[in-house]
Ligand binder design. Sequence first.
Ligand SMILES: NC(=O)c1ccc[n+]([C@@H]2O[C@H](COP(=O)([O-])OP(=O)(O)OC[C@H]3O[C@@H](n4cnc5c(N)ncnc54)[C@H](O)[C@@H]3O)[C@@H](O)[C@H]2O)c1
Length: 221
Amino acid sequence: MQSSADVNQRIARISAHIRSSNLQMEESSILRRANCRAKGGAPGFKVAILGAAGGIGQPLAMLMKMNPLVSVLHLYDVVNSPGVTADVSHMDTGAVVRGFLGQQQLESALTGMDLVVIPAGVPRKPGMTRDDLFKINAGIVKTLCEGIAKCCPHAIINLISNPVNSTVPIAAEVFKKAGTFDPKRLLGVTMLDVVRANTFVVCSANLVLLFLFSILAVGKF
Ligand SMILES: NC(=O)c1ccc[n+]([C@@H]2O[C@H](COP(=O)([O-])OP(=O)(O)OC[C@H]3O[C@@H](n4cnc5c(N)ncnc54)[C@H](O)[C@@H]3O)[C@@H](O)[C@H]2O)c1
């Protein structure tokens, strides 16, 4: 059975969620830092996902909502963020979820954030070179980082948008220009490459083993 402290905390979280000023899709909401805190909610990190309605953004939003260290989750995209926000906000975990749609709400989405994760942009499609990808995503990352430099200059930035080895230097230049660059706070996400490399190595090692076992087996008969 839950203790009364737990129950009170849960009630506070739910009421904060219901009563939180619903700035989600307002045309010109300007959030102040204080408004970004989860009133009555568990203390924790305030996280923004930019590109939250995409293939990476949506499962990432779900994982962030499940993370007990996150108290406020801002979901920003140029399309479809209202629907994703509604779905994610229905999960019965502590973080308060707010959605932001379009460039005019970027500053509201970023104000007061501790961590900004950026999967915004386009993935590489058949026929596209990495240069094509760069041309599109470079501009997107630049604009988003200008917003970060202005609204949450001390946030940690996780860049997922590809090509990561080019988008990270672009972000660094934006922050240097704004005087907010901190190399310890700007990170490119390369986990996918590590996981893929592990899988490919194991697959080829297994193939070699299979080949050797086949030779041994054939040699026995
Ligand atoms: N670093 C990695 O390990 C890794 C892994 C997978 C994907 N990626 C990269 O992540 C990016 C996203 O991949 P995806 O599969 O989610 O693509 P997606 O097309 O499904 O989603 C991208 C989202 O970004 C949004 N977006 C576009 N322009 C925007 C802007 N100016 N501001 C905010 N949002 C914007 C789109 O509306 C869309 O919802 C791609 O560049 C992809 O190559 C990186």
